[in-house]
Each structure stands twice: as C-alpha cells, then as structure tokens.
Design a protein around this ligand. Structure first.
Ligand code: PMP
Length: 341
C-alpha cells in the first residue's frame, strides 16, 4: 500500500503506527473478545481506556491540576456557542465578550457568540502581509466576560507564537482559546489561559471528539438555556460520562497521545520533540517558499503558522496544472480551503 502525502487539515493524516494498532485491536481489544466500538462505556475496559487517555493528555500537555479536561462532542464550532452559554452570567447587563479576529475561524466565533450576549471586536488581523496587532493595541472593554482568540487560524495560516498575557494589560478576564489546529503541536503556557478547546480530528485523533480544558474557577452556573450535555460543570462532575462519550474517538486519541509520548528529537521527548520537529519543518518550508519565484506566502513572519502553511502560486493561471501534477505525485488536498483557493 502506498500512502499519499495527505495535506488535509482535518480529518488529517494519523501516524501509521496508531492506525496499525487500531487495526490489530479492532475486533478484539486486549483479549476481551470485543471491539472498543462494542464495549459499554460504563464497563471496566472503557474505564481503563478513559483513565489512561486523560492521564496521557494531562502529562503530555503539562495540564495543571486546576484545569479539568472535558471530552465532549460538537467540534470546535459547537464550542462557539457552548462557551458563552457557560461563561456568561444570566442577566442582560452581563459583561461583554471580547474577540480578537485573526481569520476565518475567529470570525465565526465572534459571529456565533453574538447570539448569546454582547460582543466587541477588540482587534483584527491586518492586511497584507497578514499580521496580528500587538496586544498593547487591543481595544478591550473595561471588564470583559472573556477575551477570545484562535491560536492558529487554519485557513489563513496565522498563528499566535506566544499566548497573549492579558494580565500585562491589567485585564483579569479569562482568555478563551480555540486551539483546534495547533493543539499538541507546541507547549501551552497554561497560566495565561482560562479555557482552551479544539476538535480531535486535526492533531490528536478522529472526528467526533472535542477536547475542552477549563480552569476550575470557570465552572460556575451556566445560562438556564444551556443544554445539560454541554454544561461544563455537569460534564466535569461526571468525568465526561454524563451521557455516552464518543468512546472510539477517545480510544484513538489515547493511542495518539501514547505515540506522542514515544516521540524523540535529539535528546527531547514527547511534546518538546514534536515542537522542535515542527519548528524545523515549518522553517524549511517557509525558507523554500520565500526563495521561490513560483510560490508566495502572504503572512508576516512573526505570526506565520507552523501548522498550516498557505502558499499561492504567483501566477494563478498555473493553479489547475499545479494541482493536477501534485495529485499525480501523491500530494493530496493542496488546494486550500474553498474560501481562499
Ligand atoms: N476552529 C478552527 C481553528 C478550525 O480549524 C476548525 C475546523 N477546520 C474549527 C474551529 C471547526 O471545528 P469543527 O469542524 O470541529 O467544528
């Protein structure tokens, strides 16, 4: 079997070792005679998978004990509604949700939140080359309900290289971060984060599972209209088992985190190894694009994504030829998102 180079941002390529282990265990998980797909989520087998997975996620990403790790459903987009439903107080004078819009995904978050409360655009990506305004230029409201960022804009290729320090602005609101496409690609400074979320299907598994990391201080009362299955406090209280969790997706994420733990790069291991490798790969790709007469990247160096590198042909008339040749060479999904071409 020849595997193509699959550039889909998500669902995305998985480590072959993970797929092979899943295949080996597909029909009979560790001698229990059943597939993970078939076993009860309340039984001892799944309890051990869940425990191991949560432990490996916490260890690999160095998640501090005051954060709950919630395994939910609905993907990143559902969180755009679930977060305001959980973090806003129930009165009309609720504080304003502040948004930093750096691309298509944070734009969606901004729009969706307005269905649940008052929103404010505190900063916006600047064209061209695309750049993120310095945090000192953000126009935050006096006491925001929270400040939302997308740490990596998958479509636009814009990434925060450092998590913004709201405290440095004298802002004590929680930072909410959509990290769907750079989760587990780099270390996270948890001291600057109140809540982070992302679907598993890009970097840590398959579609159907959403990871939510929430600081315990944010587990307050949700709005009365918040569905119980999406109530962070309820989900946390039931250790992500309030209703049937996406058990097979959790199992695959468990295998991915075991794989992540095994990675090495020089004398680095685990996430540090992955991060070092990502820096190296992204650098060689950007160096190549910048030196090329054929390709260009339209993002400022200080916020270029390590995970999603959008490149354009300088002559768009070559696009169709390029894609056809790429496809023949086993390079799939290079056409970029439909909204950017
Ligand atoms: N946020 C980002 C940064 C994304 O890349 C995506 C998916 N491409 C989403 C949110 C939406 O996630 P989902 O499809 O899991 O709802």
């Amino acid at each position: 079997m020849t595997r193509p180079f699959n550039f889909s941002a998500g669902p995305a390529t998985l480590p072959l070792e993970v797929l092979q282990q899943a295949a080996d265990e597909m029909i009979d998980w560790q001698g229990c005679g059943m597939s993970v797909m078939e076993i009860s989520h309340r039984g001892p087998e799944f309890a051990s998978i869940l425990k191991q997975t949560l432990g490996d996620i916490r260890e690999t990403l160095s998640v501090p004990p005051e954060f709950h790790i919630l395994l939910m459903q609905g993907g990143g987009l559902a969180e755009n509604a679930i977060v305001p439903l959980n973090l806003l107080p129930p009165d009309a004078s609720a504080p304003v949700m502040n948004f930093i819009v750096t691309g298509a995904w944070s734009q969606k978050s901004f729009k969706e939140a307005a269905r649940y409360g008052r929103t404010h655009l505190a900063a916006q990506v600047q064209p061209l080359p695309l750049s993120i305004p310095a945090i000192s230029q953000w126009k935050l409201t006096p006491t925001p309900a929270y400040v939302h960022i997308c740490s990596n804009e998958t479509i636009d290729g814009v990434e925060f290289h450092e998590i913004p320090d709201l405290q440095s602005l004298g802002c004590h609101a929680p930072l909410v971060m959509d990290c769907s496409s750079n989760l587990a690609s780099r270390s996270i400074d948890w001291a600057r984060v109140g809540l982070a979320y992302g679907g598993a299907q890009k970097n840590v598994g398959i579609a159907g599972l959403t990871l939510v990391f929430v600081h315990e201080s944010l587990l307050t009362e949700a709005l009365p209209i918040c569905p119980s299955v999406f109530n962070f406090k309820t989900v946390a209280k039931h250790q992500s088992m309030y209703n049937t969790p996406p058990s097979y997706a959790i199992y695959i994420t468990g295998l991915v985190f075991q794989w992540l733990k095994r990675q090495t790069h020089g004398n680095l291991t685990g996430l540090a190894a992955i991060e070092a490798r990502n820096i190296q790969k992204a650098q060689s790709l950007y160096d190549f694009i910048d030196a090329s007469d054929l390709y260009e990247n339209k993002v400022s160096v200080e916020c270029r994504s390590r995970m999603n590198v959008p490149f354009h042909l300088r002559h768009s008339s070559l696009n169709q030829n390029f894609l056809a040749e790429a496809n023949r060479a086993g390079l799939r999904q290079l056409q970029g998102h439909q909204s950017v071409g």
